[in-house]
Design a protein around this ligand. Structure first.
Ligand code: SF4
Length: 450
């Protein structure tokens, strides 16, 4: 099937949104493909399915007693896009400074237009800090992002995730029980995990990507570890190597591999840990030699990018500048001109003074927004299939209207709260990240600019 034409138009963006492209494909009005048949259904189609809940993104079974989304009231499910837009604006106007709405770079355009801030997860958590008097922070992202905002906000502030079924498939790939089990198995190989060797190094420092649950960040905080983002992963690994013989990196194998490779760590010293296998599927010898143990996790959006797509872009657009996210597989990062975080990609495009053709390897909502904001450039997504972050896509405007109108009526809906026993060590891990200093001489171009 030929690829859908999602050639991007300048704003008004509602006529060029990813959602509209998906609906047009589903209705047969446009020939093309989407990456996930679930995208064809209204997000409320999932509300009453068993197994959906906080952080759930793959039909995982969630613990009994966890709050579930429940069915969105009919008036929101049946409202037109224009009506929801109007109701959201009216609720925001009524709430004024009492609420801050945050929109992730990957969020659908119909929601982002109502955001007070747009950015990556950590930028948005910090944006919330600029509003200590706001009663509520409505985080239009996914579950781990709302948890991080709760960690960093004041206890009186309510952090709200409009749809509890907006999880992150990558974050779900490292659950706390699996990580605890991994740590116990590693202790059988390395001995006392708190003991230092002659050089003052412990056997393993755990490092978690920001895209992980608060429980995982808490684990890392309790075991001398640290959090990283895609912007500071190299800095964080340098920090970890100053304290440990090796690193256990989760959940994203690709960010870990790409970063460590750029620092000169040989691939053969990066065994994979598959939580479904004894010793993660590695041998004792591999673990003894390891510098970075990579968790078997990935982003379902970024792993779709391929070298073939880059070759095609270069053939069809001579001189194209290819920039990909470091969550992409290593061979894709190697074949690209540059790799960097969402913020790096945005800044690289903003800094281009001459009309340029960019092929971008990251989530399509961000690519589409960049194209609309920079009509002097030709900007397209490397993946010809329309593939948004399918869990973030569940924040339909209907849910945003529902939580905002709840606040107007004095009711806090879908509050995300991290218990103190988890929040305290998780904050320690975040504070270590903030205190970590960049290395003296960055080795990879994609680490320099974000
Ligand atoms: S794009 Fe990937 S890593 Fe980011 S929130 Fe979506 S599933 Fe998670």
């Amino acid at each position: 099937m030929p690829a859908v034409n999602i050639t991007l138009q300048p704003r008004p963006e509602l006529d060029a949104s990813v959602d509209h492209a998906i609906q047009a494909i589903v209705a047969g009005a446009v020939v093309g493909e989407t990456c996930n048949t679930d995208l064809a259904a209204g997000p409320w189609d999932f509300d009453t399915r068993p197994g959906y809940g906080p952080g759930s993104s793959m039909g995982d079974v969630i613990p009994t007693g966890s709050p579930r989304q429940g069915e969105l009231p009919r008036e929101y499910r049946e409202a037109s896009e224009a009506e929801l837009d109007e109701r959201i604006r009216a609720a925001k106007a009524a709430l004024g400074d009492r609420v801050v709405v945050l929109g992730h770079f990957y969020q659908r355009e119909e929601v982002v237009v109502h955001a007070d801030y747009v950015g990556d997860s950590f930028q948005l958590a910090n944006a919330a800090l600029e509003h200590p008097d706001a009663e509520a922070i409505v985080f239009c992202g996914v579950h781990f992002m709302a948890e991080t905002a709760d960690l960093l906000s004041r206890p009186e502030q309510a952090v709200i995730l409009p749809n509890l079924a907006a999880g992150c498939s990558m974050a779900d790939m490292a659950d706390i029980d699996q990580v605890e089990e991994c740590w116990e198995q590693l202790a059988e190989v390395y001995g006392d995990m708190d003991a230092t060797d002659a050089e003052g190094l412990v056997p393993v420092i755990p490092v978690t990507y920001m895209n992980s649950s608060a429980a995982i960040k808490g684990f890392v905080g309790r075991h001398g570890g640290i959090v990283c983002t895609s912007s500071n992963a190299r800095t964080v690994l340098e920090w970890a190597f100053q304290r440990g013989r090796r690193v256990l990196f989760f959940p994203d194998q690709h960010l870990g591999r790409n970063t460590a490779k750029a620092m000169g760590v040989p691939l053969e010293q990066m065994p994979m840990w598959n939580p479904r296998k004894p010793l993660g599927g590695a041998s004792v010898g591999q673990l003894a030699d390891a510098r970075v143990i990579l968790w078997h996790g990935f982003c379902s959006v970024h792993r779709r990018f391929s070298v073939d797509q880059i070759d095609k872009a270069r053939a069809e657009h001579p001189g194209v500048r290819v920039i990909v996210h470091p969550e992409c597989p290593m061979e894709v990062v190697d074949a690209a001109d540059e790799a960097g975080s969402t913020d790096y990609i945005r800044k690289a495009i903003e800094a281009a003074t001459e009309p340029t053709t960019f092929a971008i390897g990251t989530e399509v909502n961000l690519v589409q927004r960049l194209a609309a904001d920079h009509p002097q450039h030709t900007i397209f997504c490397l993946d010809p299939v329309v593939c948004p972050c399918s869990t973030m896509y569940r924040i339909h405007p209907g849910y945003l209207a529902w939580v905002l109108e709840g606040l107007v009526a004095g009711e806090v809906r879908n509050r995300i709260t991290v218990p103190a026993s988890v929040a305290d060590p998780a904050r320690v891990a975040l504070e270590r990240m903030l205190a970590a200093k960049p290395p003296a001489a960055p080795a990879a171009a994609w680490e320099n600019a974000s």
